[in-house]
Every structure is written in structure tokens, then in C-alpha cells.
Design a protein around this ligand. Structure first.
Ligand SMILES: O=C(O)CCC(=O)C(=O)O
Ligand SMILES: [Fe+2]
Length: 533
């Protein structure tokens, strides 16, 4: 069997679940509100159905089930907090309902539909909750929002949702933070749980107090040991005392680090730079005056009738964003073909080869910290069109069998990201010599409501996903060695979904098109209408 796809990882699967839940919730609402409702007044089962439905309607802001009459509520579940609530609701409230004899007796038809769906599609697992919680922690880590506002639905500066997190949810998330040894987050979430429990009574406040002591002890214990752990971004700058809210007055190490290394482009700090760029703080680009847009007419004859809109995002290394490269008629077949074949991505493995093409990294690890996207390869008809387009724009060989890899499709779920990395292979990976990547041509196959930028961490550049546009840059110096200044990554998706496609172009097939350099630090340049500008 292929590894199971979790709902939390896979947008297509999540959509199926959301659609099904909306349908049965509407049916359940009708039954609940009907004059001759099978759910008799005052019964335990009616009370439970109400609990479930109110949870379901939260995203639409309905406070009473009666309010839903003649209104439509189709929860879109486009942010992590609502998805967390969805999994909890289905995993616990819905499964509780169908386990009841009275539910089966009174609502047999619905009961059978639910059983059949989950027999075919699996129940959400605890791992799903964990995935989403990890995403919530990642979003919070990057954006450093006010935690209370965040848990009350203020997902970002721009976006607010009706879904909120209760004291119980906050302590659950804190425990997942603790299991990731993210002490500063764990303590913050517990402090919030402690505050919330006084109002919502969703958990035991003495239990939360106990967990808080435990987390504080752990944090302080590591801090005390002086193992340099206190330099990790998941700590506070001092021991936390047991005084309520003490963590609010402490500074998080990562904030200190960010402050200290502001504007510092050293490789070691690229991960910090990733945080900063993803949170929307772009650095002033040194060579801003060299950035411009233009219409490209010259790389191919066909462009004289339909020039390409190009924009420099960075110079030396050159990174361009090219707009309206693909249209729905090319993108839709790619999405249709690949959605059912998406698999968790493997990174950090040795590349393996089948025939002449790189298939995938060897499945040594599914590193949830580095890349949380599902991927698949596309072999369908429009690949030719896509490659032709790339040839016209870049002037590189792409169509020949060995000249480029197949199109790799990546689907990012909520909070899905890709930590900073190089696309080029390091020589230490051996084997890859003939397969070195000269350049990346990466398409955005969707817009993203918020987040999901591609950031070049040593350049301080962030590219915004625009459906149909593409990024293009050279990954290596002219001698084929990795250009570290092309280090890049994908920021977590805050709201919505993100689809991208990579075409990696090989170094060796370009010797007629791109002369290799003799000087080591020489870069390929992107020409502007055939001129070096
Ligand atoms: O999705 C993105 O924005 C970047 C993806 C990427 O860098 C990759 O797949 O190698
Ligand atoms: Fe990449």
C-alpha cells in the first residue's frame, strides 16, 4: 500500500470530507427543525445533535440552529483553526452520535450514509489533529501574532474567522508543542488556556495549572543545563517563574535572534530570514533601481506577436517572475490528472533514477519540518506545451528527453510550507552529476488567499503566488556548482490552498546554449530583449 494520505495533508481529500460533512449537516438540520422531527424534544440525542450542529455552524457565525433557516452556510474551511475544529467535530462529536442506538433507530438513512462514507474514506485520525496543530504552531511562530487574538480567530492581519479555540483546544495544542520541544509556545498556549478556562469551563483549571508547571519546569530544566539549548529559538531568554502571565514579560530567544541578525545574510541565519520574510517583512533590496518589468519579444519568434510580461525580482542572481504563462486550459488538466496521485513528499534522500529521469528522492524520510506538501509527477499531454513555453522564454533546451525532469506538482495544504533549500544538487550526492539542475522554472497553478510566497532567503526577496505566472532562475554558477544565493523556500499557506509545478532543467544538455564559465563565481544572466542590462 502507498503511505496513507491524511486529510490534513491533502487538499483534495479534505475537500471531499468538507463536502460530505456539509451535506449530512444540512440533512441533520432539516430533521432537527422539522415539525415532526424524529428527534423528540428534550431527548439526549436531540441535545447531542444540537451540540454537533452548533459546532458545524460556527464558521458561518450562526448562534442558533433556527437562524440557519433560509440561509446558506457552507463552511469553506480555508484556515487552520476551522480545520482543527472540523477534525475534532468529526472525530469526536460525529462518531459519538453514530455510536448511539437511538441515532441509528431514528435517523437510519443518515446513519447508513455516514457509515458508508467513512468505510470508504477513513475517519480523521489523531495524526490529522497533530498535523493541523503543527501548522497552527508554525503560523504562530512565523507571524508572532498576539496569541489570544489568534486563538479567537484573528488568523492574520488581514483575515478573521468565526472559528475560535477553547481552553481545551489551547491545552491540546500546548501538548503537541511540548512533544516538539517547543517550550516557549507550549507555555504561551497554556497561559492562554488558563485564562480561557475561567470563562468557558471547557477543561479543569487545576489540570491546566499542573500542565503549566510541568512545561515551565521542563523549560527551566533545559535552560539550567546550559547545553546551548537556551540559544534555540523555542526558549525564553530566562527561566520562567510560576507567576501567572510571567511568559508575557519574557522575551523569546527567536525575537532576540531576529533583532540581532536583522539584515544579516549569512547562510547560518537563513532560517531566521525565512521567518522574517514569510511574516511580510521584506528587506530593502540593495539593487532596487535595477529591478524593472518589461515585455520580452526576442527569445523566440513567436513572442513578437504575443510578448511575455517579465519582472525582475532580484538581480545577480537574477530571478524573474513571468506573468500569464499558463492558462486554465493547460492548468486544469494538470490538476485533474495529479490530484488523485499526490503523495507525501520525500526530502533529504539520495536522488534515484529511472531511465534518464530523476523520479524522486529515495524514501528515507518524510520530514514534516522541512516540507509539508504532497507531490506527484505529471506525464500528460500538456507537458509538451508547457515545455515549449519554457523553451521560448528561457532559450534553453527543455523538450529533449534528458534535458529536463518531468513536471513535479506540489499541493500545499493549510500551513503547508517548504523550508529554505537549494534546488541544485551538491556534488556529495554523487550520481547526480549528469542530472545537475541548471535552472528552475516554477509555475503557480493557483492564487493563494494569504501566505504561500516563495522567498529567497539570502536575497531578501518574496514572490507572491499569482495563478498562471512562473518564477525562473539559474540554480548554479556557470561551472555547474551550486549558487548558495539562490537558497529559497515556500512560506506556509495562511488562508486558502496553493498549487505549484516545478520544471527542473538540466545543466548538461545546455552546452550549446549556455557556455560554461572558466571563472568560478560567474553567473548566468537573464537577458532583456537579447541585451544584457
Ligand atoms: O512552492 C514554492 O513556492 C517553492 C517550491 C520549491 O522551492 C521546490 O519545490 O523546490
Ligand atoms: Fe525549490
Amino acid at each position: 500500500y502507498p503511505p496513507r494520505r491524511h486529510y490534513a495533508q491533502s487538499i483534495p481529500d479534505l475537500k471531499v470530507l468538507v463536502q460530505f460533512e456539509s451535506k449530512i449537516s444540512q440533512d441533520l438540520t432539516e430533521k432537527y427543525l422539522a415539525d415532526d422531527s424524529p428527534l423528540s424534544t428534550g431527548s439526549e440525542i436531540r441535545r447531542q445533535v444540537k451540540l454537533y450542529l452548533l459546532d458545524f455552524y460556527e464558521e458561518c457565525g450562526f448562534k442558533k440552529i433556527e437562524d440557519t433557516k433560509n440561509q446558506t452556510c457552507l463552511p469553506a474551511v480555508r484556515n487552520s483553526i476551522c480545520v482543527y475544529r472540523l477534525f475534532k467535530r468529526v472525530k469526536y462529536l460525529l462518531s459519538d452520535l453514530i455510536l448511539r442506538r437511538s441515532f441509528r433507530l431514528q435517523l437510519g438513512g443518515l446513519w447508513r450514509q455516514i457509515i458508508f462514507f467513512f468505510w470508504k474514506n477513513n475517519w480523521p485520525l489523531f495524526r490529522d489533529l497533530e498535523f493541523v496543530a503543527e501548522g497552527i504552531l508554525r503560523l504562530h511562530l512565523i507571524h508572532d501574532y498576539d496569541l489570544k487574538q489568534f486563538a479567537n480567530g484573528k488568523i492574520s492581519r488581514k483575515f478573521t474567522t468565526n472559528c475560535t479555540l477553547s481552553s481545551a483546544h489551547c491545552y491540546e495544542i500546548s501538548q503537541i508543542a511540548l512533544s516538539l520541544r517547543d517550550f516557549s509556545s507550549a507555555i504561551e498556549w497554556l497561559e492562554l488556556a488558563k485564562e480561557k478556562v475561567l470563562v468557558d469551563h471547557q477543561a479543569s483549571s487545576s489540570f491546566i495549572q499542573f500542565l503549566l508547571w510541568n512545561a515551565i519546569e521542563k523549560h527551566n530544566g533545559y535552560f539550567d543545563e546550559d547545553l546551548f539549548l537556551d540559544l534555540e529559538p523555542t526558549f525564553f531568554n530566562r527561566e520562567i517563574s510560576h507567576v501567572p502571565q510571567d511568559s508575557r514579560n519574557a522575551t523569546k530567544i527567536r525575537n532576540i535572534q531576529l533583532e540581532t541578525f536583522k539584515g544579516n545574510n549569512e547562510r547560518y541565519y537563513k532560517d531566521l530570514n525565512f521567518l522574517r520574510l514569510c511574516s511580510g517583512q521584506t528587506q530593502p533590496v540593495n539593487n532596487e533601481s535595477e529591478l524593472f518589468c518589461w515585455y520580452e519579444l526576442k527569445t523566440h519568434l513567436s513572442l513578437t506577436i504575443g510578448p511575455m510580461k517579465m519582472e525582475f525580482l532580484s538581480r545577480d542572481p537574477d530571478v524573474v517572475q513571468i506573468y500569464e504563462v499558463l492558462h486554465d486550459k493547460e492548468m486544469q488538466p494538470i490538476l485533474d490528472d495529479t490530484s488523485s496521485r499526490l503523495q507525501p513528499s520525500m526530502v533529504g534522500g539520495k536522488p534515484s533514477f529511472k531511465g534518464n529521469k530523476l523520479r524522486d528522492s529515495a524514501p528515507v524520510s518524510v520530514d514534516k519540518k522541512t516540507r509539508t506538501a504532497l507531490v506527484s509527477w505529471y506525464f500528460g499531454e500538456v507537458d509538451m506545451t508547457v515545455s515549449q513555453n519554457i523553451e521560448r522564454i528561457t532559450g534553453l533546451h527543455v523538450l529533449e528527453r534528458t534535458a529536463a525532469e518531468d513536471l513535479q506538482i506540489a499541493a500545499y495544504p493549510l500551513a503547508g510550507h517548504y523550508g529554505s533549500h537549494l534546488d541544485a544538487f551538491s556534488p556529495a550526492l554523487g550520481n547526480s552529476e549528469n542530472m545537475q539542475r541548471i535552472a528552475t522554472f516554477m509555475f503557480y497553478l493557483s492564487d493563494v488567499d494569504e501566505g504561500g510566497s516563495t522567498v529567497f532567503t539570502s536575497q531578501g526577496v518574496a514572490a507572491t503566488p499569482v495563478k498562471g505566472s512562473a518564477l525562473f532562475w539559474y540554480d548554479v554558477y556557470t561551472d555547474g556548482s551550486s549558487d548558495w544565493s539562490t537558497t529559497h523556500g515556500a512560506c506556509p499557506v495562511v488562508v486558502g490552498e496553493k498549487w505549484a509545478a516545478n520544471k527542473w532543467i538540466h545543466y548538461h544538455d545546455q552546452f550549446l546554449k549556455r557556455k560554461c564559465g572558466l571563472k568560478r563565481i560567474e553567473r548566468f544572466r537573464i537577458r532583456v530583449n537579447d541585451k544584457l542590462v
